[in-house]
Design a protein around this ligand. Structure first.
Ligand SMILES: Cc1cc2nc3c(=O)[nH]c(=O)nc-3n(C[C@H](O)[C@H](O)[C@H](O)COP(=O)(O)O)c2cc1C
Length: 221
């Protein structure tokens, strides 16, 4: 199928809000990293991020992207990662990426509320902290899979700018996966995982409609 007509868009002519619309409307669906962190004072924090992706298996790594707030300051998640980094540049900062099943959509979205620093989203959303194995921040007991991570890079794309982007690269130092969703050969059952995806705005999708397509020319039938 060929598409007729096209908008040609120079991002430099757009407002940041419109650039955001292009990204979140066209790059869909996005997985959701439900990220738990702990401040130096010991307060736990939990927030969802859909600019998120697994990026490497050697070393086992993932990225997520907490943008700056409107005043250019860091969101609590990034502030905690930077604060718990021994070098101060984020490297070694600890966090846990919890995978969000469909059933946890409402508490996950609740945790996007900007709570006062030090107030826990776990308590507000009725979620349970479970101890992590290798890092200090707790994981979410209700999530079927969790990746404990240490940051290897924090790349600040526009330091101090409103909405400025940041990329956190995390090395996975431990993985939890419930027996309910994964077998002994590390095959996850997508139906049991029932992961949630994010579209634009307030819209989400499930992973309930699936298909197999072979690689290479065999895909053409
Ligand atoms: C499903 C979902 C995905 C989100 N993805 C992102 C994201 O990728 N980057 C970001 O900066 N904020 C994202 N947000 C907004 C943050 O969750 C929100 O700003 C939150 O308050 C940040 O929490 P913190 O200040 O405790 O770190 C998302 C919100 C929702 C509901």
């Amino acid at each position: 199928m060929a598409y007729i007509g096209a908008m040609e868009i120079d991002p430099l002519r757009l407002t940041p809000a419109d650039r955001y619309k292009l990204l979140v409307g066209l790059i869909v669906p996005r997985p959701i990293a439900f990220v738990s962190t702990r401040s130096r004072a010991g307060a736990t924090n939990l927030a969802p991020f859909s600019f998120f992706c697994g990026v490497a298996s050697e070393p086992m790594s993932l990225i997520f992207c907490p943008a700056n707030k409107g005043d250019g300051s860091h969101k609590d998640t990034l502030a905690n990662i930077l604060a718990t980094s021994t070098r101060g540049d984020g490297v070694g900062g600890q966090f846990v990426v919890n995978i969000v099943p469909h059933a946890l959509g409402a508490p996950m979205a609740a945790c996007a509320e900007d709570l006062p620093h030090g107030e826990s989203e776990f308590v507000m959303a009725g979620l349970t902290e479970a101890p992590s194995k290798r890092v200090t921040p707790p994981r979410v007991a209700e999530c079927p899979a969790c990746f404990e991570c240490e940051a290897t890079h924090v790349i600040q794309l526009a330091p101090g700018a409103a909405g400025g982007g940041n990329i956190v690269v995390g090395r996975v130092v431990w993985t939890h996966a419930s027996d309910d969703v994964m077998d002994a050969r590390y095959h996850a059952d997508p139906a049991r995982l029932d992961a949630l995806g994010r579209m634009a705005g307030l819209t989400y999708c499930t992973t309930r409609e699936r298909m197999d397509i072979p690689w290479g020319r065999r895909a053409l039938g």
